[in-house]
Design a protein around this ligand. Structure first.
Ligand SMILES: [Fe+2]
Ligand SMILES: [Fe+2]
Length: 272
């Protein structure tokens, strides 16, 4: 099944409410073909449905992060569980990109073009990881997954600025810190395939975060806010630390539009 419309908001609405992995992938691919051929219709005709109506597939079972088993990457099961967790992150990332453009209306055309391109890339990431899982004898849905990513989307459904601060500029930005050490680890373990997949994703994610920075600054300007102060204030009110282990990948974060003031604020999280 796939959506029967050439309108971006209709495609987004379908993807957010079908609850079926294959239909979401087919519909995102449909949007890609339309977009690449200049046939995707960006006319806004209908209001978005409530975020609470969003449908996720029956599998994987969603549990709290504390219920997720911790496994070592030195075992086959550990590598499977790791990539299942990555597949889930990418799957939710498809929803996050669609929801961002679906929920927030009245922005410049470029906003919708940017985020549909992200939805398309997240679907590519998910498909790549899923194929990697299948090659290991596992499919998406075979393990439980955690539900915390989507919680942030629900909590920021009424505020674009918070959504941009928390999703691309906090959650996705953490990926820029934690992925390079994982790539190193897989190379060290002699698993070049896993390392190459993560590298490809990392290259794309820099641009996703960069788009988050661009639009965060755009909305700050519109509202007459200082973007650095606003960013640090918002995320320190909501989260307990900048990244697992607290080590920031400054090089990638600069590329992704973070300023030195923001990075210093993240590094000295607890100081003020
Ligand atoms: Fe991704
Ligand atoms: Fe992303």
């Amino acid at each position: 099944m796939k959506v029967d419309s050439e309108n971006i908001f209709a495609v987004a609405e379908y993807c957010l409410h079908s609850g079926d992995v294959e239909s979401i992938l087919a519909s995102t691919q449909h949007a890609r073909v339309l977009f690449e051929n200049g046939r995707l219709d960006f006319v806004d005709k209908t209001a978005p449905r409530s975020v609470d109506e969003t449908q996720f597939p029956e599998r994987p079972l969603l549990v709290s992060p504390r219920q997720m088993p911790q496994r070592s990457l030195n075992t086959e099961l550990g590598v499977q569980a790791f990539f299942h967790a990555v597949a889930h992150i990418e799957f939710v990332a498809i929803y996050l990109a669609w929801d961002l453009l679906y929920r927030f209306r009245g922005l410049p055309l470029q906003f919708y073009q940017d985020w549909v391109s992200v939805a398309i890339e997240e679907a590519e990431h998910f498909t790549m990881i899923r194929e990697h899982l299948v090659a290991m004898g596992v499919d998406y849905g075979d393990y439980p997954a955690h539900k915390s990513l989507w919680t942030v989307a629900v909590d920021t459904a009424d505020d674009l600025l918070m959504r941009l601060a928390f999703v691309p500029r906090y959650l996705e930005a953490r990926g820029l810190d934690v992925t390079p050490p994982m790539i190193k680890k897989f190379n060290h373990l002699g698993d070049a395939t896993s390392a190459a997949i993560l590298q490809r994703i990392l290259d794309d994610e820099v641009r996703h975060v960069e788009l988050g920075s661009y639009w965060f600054k755009y909305v700050c300007r519109e509202r007459g806010l200082n973007f650095e102060e606003s960013y640090l204030q918002f995320i320190k009110e909501r989260f307990s630390g900048p990244a697992k282990g607290g080590v920031l990948n400054k090089e990638l974060r600069y590329k992704a539009g973070f300023s030195s003031v923001e990075l210093a604020g993240l590094e000295h999280w607890a100081d003020d």
